[in-house]
Design a protein around this ligand. Structure first.
Ligand code: NAD
Ligand code: MG
Length: 395
């Protein structure tokens, strides 16, 4: 039998934590994948390295100021080089069997949307694109007949647990949370947490933004909204369960009383391999699960008092309309301010809540298009910036 043609990939966010793990999985599957394009934000050296290692034909960098450095780093290598946000969209639209959407934050909305609207199969790690613009993004995917394979570990586990069950047969869909580095900390200790403490996730090594989101537990709120859009399940049937070992990633509870869960060691190569190989299964070197050796798994309800960001995100999900878009934008500003040393840890949730309250009235309808979602995002970012100053939250 003839060997199948390699599956071609575009990897957006190739220099990040998910992007690098994706390249690891690809490199271990000799001949099974080819890389049409890689894209990144501003690190030209890292992007050039990713392009050379993967044999990519195009390297696109969002920061126009990084063009010369990228061009130099790839001189004479026969790899096309492009820069600017449009170049990232061009990379997303390169003919390919699958686009891995692993850009962090709202910067991922436009390229993810472009790929889906063009009918590409997208392996989606960039949850912010669904929190910011879930309605328009999902509608564009449906209209183009584009498949979304969830790469976020919880949603990947749920996707695998779902089988063919229709949404109305699902009683509960549950994303688990490790609880982050502050799970057992007092509210006072959490309020005084430093950047280094917040970045030190107990189970996962991830980029800085999602690490802070995990420490505040905003990440779980973003994931509930992500699940709502991905699986079409109403807010009241979505739940969070704290599970410190991060072995069970997601659970689906069906109308007949059966619960199906997805289990694996916390290693992003497992959900990444599931997406890249789908519908086949790849082999990965991920640690195998030995439940007898683990002995026990523990679960607890989330504490919405010590982790107000999760409470605020759940309110935004229930409110619907523009609230998730506003929440996502305010959170991005707040996390950036915290990482830059401008605000304390508890000011993250405080700022997000104030921005959500201030913008609850206008415009409250769900954005109908990605452009509308991005306009609400910009307005919320501006409001968050003003409030940072007015509340004396900046250093
Ligand atoms: P990261 O910070 O490690 O990497 C982010 C990537 O996005 C980098 O390649 C960066 O160059 C690129 N980027 C940033 N701004 C860009 C722009 N304007 N245009 C193009 N590229 C840009 O982040 P990460 O931890 O890999 O997370 C990426 C996404 O995946 C996030 O949405 C995160 O929530 C999600 N996710 C991450 C993990 C994880 O284990 N890290 C797990 C599940 C979901
Ligand atoms: Mg996750």
């Amino acid at each position: 039998m003839e060997a199948a043609a390699p599956r071609s990939l575009v990897i957006l966010g190739a220099t990040g934590s998910v992007g690098r793990s994706t390249l690891d999985v690809v490199a271990a599957q000799r001949g099974r994948f080819s890389v049409a394009a890689v894209a990144g934000g501003s690190d030209a050296v890292a992007l050039a390295k990713a392009a050379l290692a993967s044999g990519a034909r195009l390297a696109a960098i969002a920061d126009p100021g990084a063009y010369a450095a990228l061009k130099d780093a790839l001189a004479g290598r026969g790899i096309e080089v492009a820069a600017g946000p449009d170049a990232v969209i061009e990379a997303a639209l390169r003919p390919a069997d699958m686009v891995v959407a692993a850009i962090v934050g709202t910067a991922g909305v436009a390229p993810t949307y472009a790929a889906l609207a063009a009918g590409r199969t997208v392996a989606l790690a960039n949850k912010e694109s669904l929190v910011c613009a879930g309605g328009p993004v999902m509608r564009a995917a449906a209209a183009a007949g584009a498949r979304i394979l969830p790469m976020d570990s919880e949603h990947n586990a749920i996707y695998q647990a779902l089988g063919d069950a229709p949404v109305e047969r699902i009683e509960k869909m549950i994303v688990t949370a490790s609880g982050g580095p502050f799970r057992t900390w007092s509210a006072e200790a959490i309020a005084a947490a430093t950047r280094e403490q917040a970045l030190a996730h107990p189970n996962w090594a991830m980029g800085p933004k999602i690490s802070i989101d995990s420490a505040t537990m905003m990440n779980k709120g973003l994931e509930l909204i992500e699940a709502h859009h991905l699986f079409g399940v109403p807010a009241e049937r979505l739940d969070v369960l704290v599970h410190p070992q991060s072995i069970v990633h997601g659970l689906v509870s069906f109308a007949d009383g059966m619960v199906v869960a997805g289990l694996a060691h916390p290693d992003m190569r497992v959900p990444i391999a599931h997406c890249l190989g789908w519908p086949e299964r790849l082999t990965t070197p991920a640690r195998r699960l030995d439940l007898a050796a683990l002995g026990g798994l523990s679960f607890e309800a989330p504490d919405l008092v010590r982790f107000p960001a999760l409470r605020i995100a759940i309110s935004a999900m229930r409110a619907g309309g523009a609230a998730p878009t506003v929440l996502n934008a305010a959170n991005e500003v707040a996390v950036a301010a915290f990482l830059a040393g401008g605000i304390g840890f508890s000011a993250i949730a405080e700022l997000v809540e104030r921005v959500c309250e201030a913008m609850a009235g206008a415009p409250s309808a769900e954005p109908g298009t990605v452009a509308e979602a991005l306009a609400i995002n910009d307005a919320a970012r501006q409001k968050a910036g003003e409030m940072l100053g007015r509340l004396g939250l900046t250093s």
